[in-house]
Write a protein that binds this ligand. Structure first.
Ligand SMILES: Nc1ncnc2c1ncn2[C@@H]1O[C@H](COP(=O)(O)OS(=O)(=O)O)[C@@H](OP(=O)(O)O)[C@H]1O
Ligand SMILES: Nc1ncnc2c1ncn2[C@@H]1O[C@H](COP(=O)(O)OP(=O)(O)O)[C@@H](O)[C@H]1O
Length: 233
């Protein structure tokens, strides 16, 4: 009974209370959850955060984010992967590639990421997210150290050479308008937490660079690594 009462008393307050948002629904009231954020985090055994992969199309965001997600999953972490192409099939299927739509795309993904972090997960997101202001807005949405900007830094020439979906060829031929790096801007990250140069190392090495950052900075605890070691025996 005591345990039940004490867990109920740690309710989860609104994480939006310090943030100014344009609120079009003034008659809604935040409902506190019975399970707190702290309780959810304690159940995971690692710290929650968003690994925000940003970079040009073809730079390697999806490939590296996927490899990182698999490494983390194998380490026993609770993870989720949000990928630009996939999210644009559903939640953001109404958005195109005008600057305005890209801003709204990133705003929604920021909010979704925040929910996953609240649930205690290590979330990897792979969106071009071309504008500094939008990436910074997501950073502000999250608590300190919960937003980790991962710059997938691959020269345009290399991305164009890779052209995994044939989109650069179409953009050069004028068949796709507003293509990032061709006729739509990409603003370089100013101070990313992790700077990955995919033209200089393997996919595996890129993914390990990201996971090492999480280990060195205390996001992943030794129990996760011990778990992996024993599962490999
Ligand atoms: N005009 C234009 N510019 C850039 N990219 C385009 C465009 N049209 C379609 N695509 C495909 O959409 C993927 C990018 O979606 P994102 O949601 O990541 O873009 S953004 O963050 O809103 O800028 C992108 O995926 P990635 O190649 O994985 O980056 C493309 O496959
Ligand atoms: N070191 C590397 N890191 C990531 N991708 C690489 C690397 N070397 C080659 N590639 C290739 O580059 C392409 C990147 O495509 P993708 O991951 O879809 O990029 P994005 O999600 O940024 O559009 C893939 O075909 C991948 O196999």
């Amino acid at each position: 009974m005591d345990i039940f009462m004490s867990s109920l008393s740690k309710t989860s307050a609104s994480p939006y209370q310090d943030i100014e948002v344009e609120d079009k629904s003034s008659d809604v009231v935040w409902h506190n959850a019975s399970v707190s954020h702290e309780q959810r985090v304690a159940a995971q055994g690692h710290k929650p955060a968003v690994l925000w992969f940003t970079g040009l199309s073809g730079s390697g965001k999806s490939t590296v984010a996927n490899a990182v997600d698999k490494l983390l999953y194998d380490l026993g972490c609770k993870t989720y992967l949000l990928d630009g192409d996939n999210v644009r099939h559903g939640l953001n299927g109404d958005l195109g590639f005008s600057d305005k739509d890209r801003v709204e795309n990133i705003r929604r993904i920021g909010e979704v990421s925040k929910l996953f972090v609240d649930a205690g997960l290590l979330v990897s997101t792979a969106f071009i997210s071309p504008f500094v202001a939008d990436r910074d807005l997501v950073r502000q949405l999250l608590a300190d150290k919960q937003f980790i900007e991962v710059f997938i830094d691959t020269p345009l020439e290399v991305c164009e050479e890779r052209d995994p979906k044939g989109l650069y060829k179409k953009a050069r031929a004028g068949e796709i308008k507003n293509f990032t790096g061709i006729d739509s801007a990409y603003e370089l990250p100013k101070l990313p937490e992790i700077h990955v140069k995919t033209a200089e190392k393997s996919i595996k090495a890129c993914a390990e660079q990201v996971v090492n950052y999480l280990i060195v900075n205390g996001y992943i605890q030794s129990k996760n690594r011990a778990k992996k070691a024993s599962s490999c025996e």
